[in-house]
Design a protein around this ligand. Structure first.
Ligand SMILES: Nc1nc2c(c(=O)[nH]1)N[C@H]1C(S)=C(S)[C@@H](COP(=O)(O)OP(=O)(O)OC[C@H]3O[C@@H](n4cnc5c(N)ncnc54)[C@H](O)[C@@H]3O)O[C@H]1N2
Ligand code: MOO
Length: 341
């Protein structure tokens, strides 16, 4: 282990029996398998030779790591460890990659500082890939991964990552640039409007859709009630839910421009402060966000019943994380907010 530069010696596979693999070797069989066939440190045996040839390896590397250089696995591991924080866990290095996952037992919001992610990736030869901030991370789900591009990197690269993260921590009370905000368990009052549903002409499809979305995030619809398209009745039902002290009130249907669409006016008349009626995202542009004496209240348009991803999916997790939605949050949803098929 001397000399200035790491020495990589290529050895023909047929002469490699007894030698130690310098890195993980990957096999890909499309549709069937992608993963590590041989692990770094494996001692090549006679029986391995046909398998190595099958994945296209006619040579393997024998490595003598120089002073000041790091193997891809060690570099990815150090990058991940510097990013480690409460509520997170790290996987073992694998093919030069370490995954950063949630250690929480409940779903959570990813809290990620994009400026730090840009600064780290600006260094080159290393990669930090993350979710966008405010994305939902399921228990055990992944929010980031570190990876090294060449097999060997100067230790100085990793030290630069550590310095960027240390600087961020110094400015933010010790917290790192990757974190999680757990979602709370909300008990929600759900008011389903629409004369055609109230009268029994058609079956309610909103209740099951809202329950599915809410339950996937660890909350529950505590009570569902129904109302015709009558403003006074909708106001009365909203006040009833408010008296039950539910954590949140959701009103479905009647959100657009027809004469029978009474929901936005009723939510305002119930006394809610309207943050925004209308959300610059599609689907879900007719969503209303407001607060009734501090209790979040949302009006949901019809698309939430059938579209797989709407403005409700963007805003609900933030509400469940205890954040207060502002007009600026709503305005920022337009850029990148087109999700129609
Ligand atoms: N001229 C315009 N047309 C539409 C606009 C617009 O701005 N101008 N907005 C569109 C958008 S966006 C949506 S989303 C839809 C639906 O808006 P609403 O929230 O007002 O939905 P409704 O009118 O109440 O109902 C539409 C449709 O869905 C059925 N429905 C409603 N609730 C239930 C329920 N609980 N279970 C089953 N089915 C339900 C209802 O019977 C109607 O068929 O408007 C666009 N149009
Ligand atoms: O509110 Mo509509 O749902 O944009 O499709």
């Amino acid at each position: 282990m001397s000399g200035l530069r790491t020495r990589l010696k290529e050895v023909p596979v047929r002469e490699a029996v007894g030698l130690v693999l310098a890195h993980d070797l990957t096999q890909i069989i499309p549709g069937q398998f992608k993963g590590r066939l041989f692990k770094k440190g494996h001692v090549v045996a006679e029986a391995d030779i046909p398998k190595l040839l099958d994945i296209g390896k006619e040579h393997i590397y024998i490595m003598e790591l120089a002073e000041g250089e790091l193997h891809e696995d060690d570099a990815a591991g150090r990058m991940a460890r510097t990013l480690m924080d409460d509520g997170l866990l790290l996987t073992e290095p694998h093919e030069g990659k370490v995954a950063v996952k949630s250690a929480l037992a409940v779903p959570a919001l990813a809290v990620i500082d994009p400026a730090v992610v840009y600064a780290i990736n600006e260094l080159g030869d290393i990669a930090l890939a993350t979710l966008r901030t405010d994305a939902v991370v399921k228990p055990g789900g992944q929010l980031a991964a570190t990876r090294v591009i060449p097999l060997v990197v100067p230790e100085a690269k990793v030290a630069a990552v550590e310095a960027i993260v240390a600087d961020y921590r110094a400015r933010s009370g010790g917290k790192g640039p990757l974190g999680l905000k757990p979602l709370r368990n909300f008990r929600i009052g759900l008011l389903t409007t629409g004369g055609e549903v109230y009268s029994g002409r058609i079956e309610d499809k909103f209740g099951p859709a809202v329950r599915r979305i809410v339950e996937a995030l660890g909350s529950e619809v505590a009570e569902q009630r129904f109302s015709p398209d009558d403003r006074q009745t909708i106001v009365k039902e909203i006040h009833y839910f408010h008296r039950q002290s539910y954590d949140m009130i959701i009103v479905t249907g009647g959100m657009s421009v027809d004469p029978d669409d009474r929901t936005p006016a009723a939510i305002a008349e119930a006394g809610a402060e309207i943050v925004s009626y209308g959300t610059p995202m599609l689907p879900g542009s007719m969503l209303l966000m407001g607060y009734l004496d501090g209790t979040p209240i949302m009006g949901l348009p019809g698309c939430v019943m059938h579209d797989p991803y709407t403005s409700f999916d963007v805003l609900l997790p933030r509400v469940l994380a205890g954040e207060t939605i502002t007009r600026a949050d709503i305005v920022s949803m337009g850029y990148g907010g087109l999700h129609v098929r």
